[in-house]
Design a protein around this ligand. Structure first.
Ligand code: UD1
Ligand code: CA
Length: 469
């Protein structure tokens, strides 16, 4: 009769305070690569095909629950009201686990583990009592040291704080990732005492005790030791952030994206980038951003929750947030595109231009020093330097409509609500308060007077040099 492989349940330990972060925020909610540490661990557990995911929370429990979205509905929250150690934390999960199961025990502060490693742990555990991930580190620091026994199994895990100098010199560390049998591990936890440097119930002692009782605990070397990196300090958070970003950059480069200086570039793992796009240094692409093929993103560009088509150029120091940019558009330098800015094919937005909740039609241009808000600009329209849609009257926002092919002269104030007809023009410096029919030229400014010979008189009334305010 074929043996049935036990069910797989993830238990993520995330109740600790994380004192060394010196933070108001629970440690597992600190973000690396744009997402809370705990969210990365939950994703990995999910990818490893767990039937449910138990998350042990305590410190800042309500905040943690509120911050972690659960669209799949497979998370169960386990409360550890007092944090008495990793073993105590796992013990709280016992009422949530019925019958035989393989527990994938993870730490909410060890976010770089891959689902492949979890698969390996589960597979190796099946060939013995349990399995744990280990790494050989040159600087094992405060991590638990792992002493191997016969047949490549575990002899003992000793915490750095409890280790003898000889044990401290061991380079093999406990990554804090295990595949352990339920209910056996819960029985083992009941035997664990708190006679250690931290006065805690150590999960590592339960695993060591199983090994002492003659059970085989397989040591699974991590293929990439960075998977063992945990976050106890801000410096470690920075390292983990960089590894998550670097993994994604490596993938993008494999897929045909040019990244000129990866160590000075941030592309969050959720961001997709098309082939032959060139990314210059100091570019950040974050959130739900999608970049098409053949784009050029020059230095200092920040793009968040935006979609770019193909062959878009974004010149230096431009900021895009919630924008949608069509094929062949050009943006910047120093442009700011705020949420619901929509540039259609070939549109151009130049230097020191801000756009908000507006559609710029195909081939339209707003090249210098302008504000376009709550507007619809038709195809091929041209807005001159310094044009402002005056969309806000102090109470509410109003719309501006600019027809195709219209030409808005420099420094025109368009006092919304207002419509500029197709092919219409406004004279430079106009304040437009009434609709302009198609094809008309609107002049809304004081006519110029020239007062012959009066220039000198004006100068003589000025104060002497140096006294002007
Ligand atoms: C733990 C291991 C250590 C290993 C390291 C890997 C123990 C005793 N030590 O040490 O061998 O090298 O992880 O990163 O297990 N937690 C709770 N409740 C508690 C205490 C901790 O949920 O009462 C959670 C923490 O939130 C954290 C995880 O368990 O996510 C690990 O706890 P932490 O205190 O960081 O253990 P380490 O000292 O890093
Ligand atoms: Ca830790």
């Amino acid at each position: 009769m074929p043996t049935r492989s036990p069910r797989r349940i993830a238990v993520i330990l995330a109740a600790g305070k994380g004192t060394r972060m010196r933070s108001q925020l629970p440690k597992v909610l600190h973000c690396a690569a744009g997402r809370p540490l705990l969210a990365w661990v939950i994703d990995t557990a999910r990818a490893a095909g767990c039937e449910k995911i138990l998350v042990v929370i305590g410190h800042g429990a309500e905040q943690v629950k509120a911050a972690i979205r659960d669209p799949a509905g497979d998370i169960e929250w386990v409360h550890q009201t007092e944090q008495k150690g990793t073993g105590h934390a796992l013990a709280q999960a016992e009422p949530f686990v019925q019958g035989d199961a393989t527990l994938l025990v993870l730490s909410g502060d060890v976010p770089l583990v891959t689902s492949k490693t979890l698969e390996q742990l589960a597979a190796d555990a099946a060939a013995g009592w349990g399995a744990m991930a280990v790494a050989d580190l040159d600087q094992p620091g405060s991590l638990g040291r792992v002493l191997a026994g016969p047949y490549g199994g575990l002899r003992k895990i000793v915490e750095a704080a409890d280790a003898t100098p000889e044990e401290l010199s061991v380079k093999k560390v406990n990554a804090g990732l295990y595949a352990l049998p339920a209910p056996a591990v819960f029985d083992s936890l009941r035997e664990v005492r708190t006679d250690n440097a931290q006065g805690e119930i150590y999960l590592t002692d339960a695993v060591t005790n199983a090994a002492n009782d003659g059970h085989l605990v397989q040591l699974v070397p991590l293929p990439d030791p960075s998977e063992a990196l945990g976050v106890n300090t801000r410096a470690e958070l920075a390292r983990v952030h960089r590894v998550l970003i670097d993994r994604h950059l490596a993938k993008l480069m494999d897929e045909g994206v040019t990244i000129l200086e990866p160590s000075r570039t941030t592309v969050e793992p959720g961001v997709r980038v098309g082939v032959d796009t060139v990314i210059h240094p100091e570019v950040s692409l974050v959130g739900r951003t999608v970049i098409g093929a053949g784009c050029t993103l020059r230095p200092g560009v920040w793009i968040q929750d935006s979609t770019l088509g193909e062959r878009v150029t974004v010149e230096p120091h431009s900021v895009l947030d919630g924008a949608e940019i069509g094929d062949g558009c050009r943006v910047g330098p120093f442009a700011r595109l705020r949420p619901a800015s929509h540039l259609l094919e070939g549109a151009r937005v130049g230097s020191f231009v801000e756009v908000k909740a507006s559609e710029l039609g195909p081939g339209s241009k707003v090249n210098h020093l302008a504000y376009v808000g709550d507007a619809r600009v038709g195809a091929g329209a041209n807005l001159g330097a310094g044009v402002v849609t005056c969309n806000y009257d102090g109470r509410s926002k109003h719309a501006t409509e600019i027809g195709p092919g219209a030409f808005i002269g420099s420094d025109t104030m368009l006092v919304a609500p207002v419509n500029i007809g197709e092919g219409a023009s406004t004279a430079a410096g106009s304040v437009i308060t009434k609709d302009v029919p198609a094809g008309a030229l609107a002049v809304g400014r004081v006519r110029q007077k020239n007062l012959e010979g009066r220039a000198g008189g004006l100068r003589s009334r000025r104060k002497p040099d140096g006294e002007e305010g």
